[in-house]
Design a protein around this ligand. Structure first.
Ligand code: AMP
Ligand code: MG
Length: 397
């Protein structure tokens, strides 16, 4: 048996890091920036008005009321703004460039709103309502650092400092295949002995959420020839094949039978659920084969597939947040294996730590409980039982 940590390292090494590519900003959401991005312009790029109002010289508006001639009108977008002469005002809109000579903006609410002359009823303070060049970002400075996971705010900033494209780690193209002669794709009717296929739907969503592109092949029957015939032509262009089912100790283990001796090795990982696993390369394409039970799939995803995919996508923070919590229910675990149990974690009101209890039975076919869990309780290899009140590790999902 290989340990969970060693297996995770192996899968991470197998996937490597996706090469960088240049994408339009609109296609880069959720991906990881592959290089530092310097600002092409300052933000704001010029001194401008923070208010709809009047640009003035503060020295002209020291008493109230004051009436000044309105010498110009400056909407946002004007690019030919002339100097503000002493003793005059320019009507100015939010975001419009401040005329040279002006050192304050009076907001329209403090005036009569005039267009020929304006009567100002409040004192103007030097610098008031002016957004200064470079007060947010200075041209040439670092706007976004390599390694940033591009959320909407980062993409907004990239656009604001003049970028149309960014260099990011390319999304991986993942081929997801589920196997099992018993599987039926909804909404076709079920016959006794058949079940609806769910692993590929779940895996595809989980992998897509990380920023990968996913192609799905559902419900390949347990027949080696058929498996090869369906999967082989789709390998070209894939960065990873993930299968579910057909890898354990039964008589019809299609994935194991098809890929043994083809560059994929099958072994047990010291974890529960999700022990039987396989990994390697088939026709040069990295392959990760997961067992078929839905909870085993989810736990395998959390234990090594998710961190390895995140690393391949350029993420440096690949781990779920880990907290300690006190057990509300006793638990047992097979010695020598790391047990992952679905749980519900609650932050206690008066204490720094939370409490956690297992949710749903340990059976790896019990999928419904997983949807109500918000964490995985991790009982390490050297722990075979934990009592109520014991502190345990919890991975927040
Ligand atoms: P296997 O690893 O192929 O022996 O499958 C283990 C268990 O998981 C069996 O009860 C299968 O019916 C079930 N299973 C396998 N693949 C899927 C799937 N794609 N969707 C739902 N259940 C599955
Ligand atoms: Mg099967």
């Amino acid at each position: 048996m290989i340990s969970v940590d060693d297996y995770r390292e192996r899968i991470t090494a197998l996937l490597g890091t996706a090469p960088a590519t240049v994408l339009p900003l609109a296609d880069a959401a959720g991906l990881v920036l592959a290089e530092d991005v310097p600002a092409r312009v300052s933000l704001p790029p010029f001194d401008n008005s923070a208010m709809d109002g009047y640009a003035v010289r503060a020295a002209d508006v020291t008493t109230s009321p004051v009436t000044l001639p309105v010498a110009d009108d400056i909407p946002a977008g004007r690019v030919d703004v002339g100097t503000l002469e002493p003793g005059t005002a320019h009507r100015i809109m939010t975001g419009a460039p401040l005329p040279p000579g002006a050192d304050a903006v009076v907001m329209v609410e403090d005036t009569d709103g005039g267009t020929e002359t304006v009567t100002i009823t409040a004192e103007a303070r030097e610098g008031a309502h002016i957004r200064r060049l470079g007060e947010d970002v200075v041209a040439g400075s670092l706007a976004l650092a390599a390694g940033t996971v591009l959320g909407h705010s980062h993409l907004g900033l990239a656009a604001a400092v003049g970028l149309a494209e960014v260099r990011v780690h390319r999304p991986l193209r993942v081929l997801v295949a589920s196997t099992g002669t018993e599987l039926v794709d909804a909404p076709a009717p079920l016959r006794h002995g058949q079940i609806y296929e769910s692993n590929s739907v779940m895996l595809a969503a989980a992998i897509r959420e990380l920023g990968c592109e996913v192609e799905v092949v559902r419900s390949v029957v347990d027949d080696v020839e058929e498996f090869r015939k369906v999967i082989e032509p789709r390998l070209a262009g894939a960065d990873l094949l993930v299968t579910s089912g057909g890898v354990s100790a039964g008589a019809y283990e299609v994935v194991k039978d098809a890929l043994t001796g083809q560059g994929v090795e099958f072994r047990k990982v010291a974890m529960q659920p999700g022990g039987p696993q396989g990994n390697g390369r088939w026709h040069g394409v990295p392959v990760v084969t997961l067992p078929g039970n839905p909870v085993s799939v989810l736990v395998s995803f959390e234990a090594f597939l998710r961190p390895a995919l995140l690393a391949a996508l350029g993420h440096t923070d690949v781990s779920r947040r880990r907290v300690r919590a006190r057990l509300t229910e006793a638990m047992s675990s097979p010695p020598g294996r790391r047990q992952y149990r679905r749980g519900v974690f609650t932050l206690s009101e008066r204490e720094v730590t939370g409490v956690v209890g297992p949710h749903g039975g340990p059976g790896s076919h019990l999928l419904a409980a997983f949807t109500q869990a918000n964490c995985l309780i991790v009982l390490p290899e050297d722990v075979s039982s934990a009592a109520v009140g014991d502190e345990v590790d919890v991975l927040l999902l």
